[in-house]
Design a protein. Sequence first.
Lengths: 162, 734
Amino acid sequence: MIRFTLNGETVETDLAPDTPLLWAVRDEFGLKGSKFGCGAGLCGACTMHVDGEAARTCILPIAAVNGREITTIEGLGTPDAPHPLQEAWVAHSVPQCGYCQSGQIMSAAAFLATNASPTEADVEAAMAGNICRCGCYPRIKEAILASAEALATDAMAEETRA
Amino acid sequence: MSAANLSRRAFLRGTVMAGGGLVVGFLLPGCSEPGLPVARLDGDWVPNAFLQFTPDGVVRFFCPRSEMGQGVTTGLTTLVAEELDFAPDRMQIELASAHPDYVNPDFGVQATGGSSAMKAHWLPLRQVGADTRMLLLQAASAQTGASPAELSTDDGFVLHGTHRIPYVDLLETAAGMPMPSESPLKPASDFRWIGKDASRLDSLPKATGTAVYGIDVDVPGMHHAVVLRSPVFGGTVSSLDAAPALAVDGVTDVLEIDTGVAVVATSYWQARKGAQALSVQWQGGASADVSSASVRADYEFAAEDDGNEAHAEGDFRAAFAAASDTLEATWWAPYLAHAPMEPMNAVAHVRADAAEVWAGTQGPGPTQGLVARHADLEPEQVTVHQTWLGGGFGRRGTIRYVAEATQISKATGKPVKVLWSREDDLRAGLYRPASLMRIRAGLDADGRISAWEAKRIGGNITPDTLENVLPAVLPGAPEGVIDAAVGLADKAMRDWVVDNASIEGFHEDYDLPNFSVRHVTRDHGIPLTFWRSVGHSYTAFAKETAMDELAERAGQDPVAFRVAHLRGNPRLRNVVEVAGREMATMGKAAGRHLGLAAHGSFFTDVAEVAEVSVENGRIRVHEVLCVVDCGTAVNPDVIRAQMEGAVMFGLTAALDGEIEIEDGAVKQSNFHDYPILRMTEAPKVRVVIINSSDAPTGVGEPGLPPIAPAVANAVYRATGQRLRAMPLAKALLA
C-alpha cells in the first residue's frame, strides 16, 4: 500500500509500485488535468508538484512518492477560484489546443515560487522542459512575467498592510 | 456512475465532476427536436441545429467545426452571436455531434481542415444568427402588439421604447412561429464583436485542466487497449504468443485487429505492461526495403522524367532557351510527423444495436460512418461524442484510431479506450510526404522572369486520403469497391492527372508569362496525409528561395523584385510592400541578417521577415515579422496567435524536422530524436494584420509556408550558403 497527499487529501493505493504517478492520478484518482504526452519525461505535459517541486510524473513511479505531497493542476486552482497564473493564462489568451497547458502552468508555478522577479531569460530556461506544439511560447512567457509582476505587487501590498 | 445518477439538466451541460472521477455527459439521443441533433428539455427552444435557448437564460452554440487550437470555437461563436445580438462570451459552447446539418459547406462532409472554417461559415452562420434574431423580434411583436419596425435588439434583449424584454421571455412564443429566412445581415459598420480583440472562449477550461479531451473520457466498465503494430508499414503478424501478455496482472484480452495486435487491460499501465510482455513477429509490408536514402536516390533518378503537366501557360521551353540568365536547382523536403501533444486515442462502446464513440477528430461525420462500418451498424445507430482535440494539424483527419477502438470493443463486448504512445504516434502515423523539387527559371534582359518550370517528385496524398476517408463516408460500400476506387485514383494520379495537394503553391503567386508545373509520382509505401499547409509546406520553400536567387541574379532587391512580379496579385503585393517597409527597421544589431518570403495559401496572403544569426554552426531565429491579409479580421488576437503558432510549427520543421526511414520503419521514436522547438529557441513574433473588409479567409495554415524560405534567405545573407534542403540545421553543416 502506497500513501501520499493528493491536493491536500491523504490517499492510498494498492496499484503496482512501478505505476507512474501520472497514471495513478488519472486512472485511479480520476484527476484528468495532468496529461500524457511522451511517457519519457521529455515534454512536461504531465508536470505536477512533488513537495512543491515540478516533477515529470509519466516516469515517476508511485513507489517514489510514498509519504510525499502531490499537487496537480486541480489543486492549484479551479475555474471558480483560479490561481493568478491561470488568470494570466486567460488574460493573455495563451492556450490554443490547450493540451500542454496544465504542465506549463505547473512548471511556471513551481518556478515562480523560487524566483519571484524573473527575467525573460530566467523564464525561458525554467520553461525549456515543456513543449507546446501549437507554439504558444510568446504568450506563455508574457503570462508568466505578468503574473510575477502581479504577485510582486500583491506581496508588496501585503507587506504594507502588515 | 451511470447517467441516471445525474440530473438531466446536469447531464446536458457537458462535463460533470463526480465521485473523484470524471464523467463525460453528452446529449441524450431520443429526446431531440424532430430532425435536429440537439436534445430539448421542457421549455427549451431549439430553433435549429446550432442554437439552444433554455428557460434559465442559457444560450448554447453547437460549434460545427473541430477545435484543435485554431480558435474556431471562438471565431464561429462570434459570427452567430454578432447577428443574434448576444455577447459571444456569455454563450455556452458545445462541440457538435455527427449530423448532416453540421457538414462543412466547403466539403459537403462534417470535417475540419484546409483552413476553411471561417471562410465557409462566414455567411451561413451569420444567417443562422440573423434569422433567429428576426424570429425573436417577431415573437416580441406578437407579445407586445408593437410593429417590428418599433423594435430593436441589444445584447440579449428586444427593445420596445424604454422596455427591455430579455430573449428568454420570448422563447415560448418564438417556439410556435416559423423561422424566417434571408433576414438581412448587419453591415460591417454595425459590427459590435466582429473585428474586435476578444479573449478566446476556451481559455479558462484549458488553463484549469477541466477541458475534456478524448484521452480524458471515462465511461463505466471501460477497459484500456494498447495496440502493437508492424514497424514496417503494411506488415502483418507472422507469429503471436499471447500467453506472456495474458499473464500480466489486469490484462483481459489479446486480439488481432486490422492494424496489429491489441492488448486489453483494466488500466492503461497494465495494458502497456502487457504489450511489453507480448511476443509477436511481423512479416512483409509495402515499405519493407525502403530507407530515406533509397527514397531520395529514387526521386533523383526520376527527376529527369517529364511526368505529368499540372498547369501551364505560354511556352516554357522556348522562353527558357531564350533567357538571358537562368537558374536551375533542386530542393529537398523530408517526411514529417504531426506529433500533436495529445497522442491518438478514442473510446468506443459497441453493443448489438447501437454504438457510441468518444474522440477528438477532424471529422465527426466520417467517425460516425467508420464506427458503423466496423460495428456492422447503420450510421444512425452510432452516437459520436466530439471532444476537444489536443492538436490536429491534419493528423486527426485520418481516424484509424477510431476504427481500432471500435474493432476491439466489438470483439470483446467491452467499452474500450485505445491510447497510442508517443512512439506509436511517430512510428505508426501518416506523414507529410518527402519531396524532391526542381525549378528551372529564366530571366529576360530586363531582369524579369520569362520562364518558370517547377517539378515535384514524390508520393501523392489523395489516394491515401481516399483509402482512409472512403470507408468512413461510404460505410456500406464493400472493401472491394473501396480498394478499386483507391486503386483507380492512385493510377490516375500516377499516369494522367496531378494531385493538386502535391504541387499547390508552385506558380500561383507571381506574374509568370511562360510556366509549366509538372509532377512525377513515386510512391514507396509510406502512409501520407495532410500536414499543416500541405503542399505549400514545401513548394513555398523552393519557390521563395528561388525568388531570392533570381532577385540577386537580376541585381534587384528581394522586395522590389517580388513586387515587380505581383502586378496580377494586388493583395499579396500589398502584403509584401508592407513587410518590406517594416523590414527596413529590422536587423540593425551586429551579426543579425534578414530574409523575406511571401506566399498565398488557402486564400490568405502572408509575408514573413526572419531576423537570423548563425553562431557556431547553429541557426538562431531572433525575431519574425508576419504580415497577413486574411480579409475581415474576425478576432485579431486569434489571428495573431495563429501566425505566432504557425511560425513556431514551421520553424520546428524548417530547422530540425525530419522523419527518417530505415529498413522500412521510422527511425525516430520520441521528442529526443524528433525535437520540437522549445521556449529557449522561440523567436519574438510581430504580427501586422492588413485592414480589410473582404470576406474572411483561413488563418490556421497560411502563416507556415513562408517561414522556412525566410530563414533560408537570411542564412544566405549571413553565410553565403544557399540552403536548398530541409532540415536547414543539417543542410548548413552538409
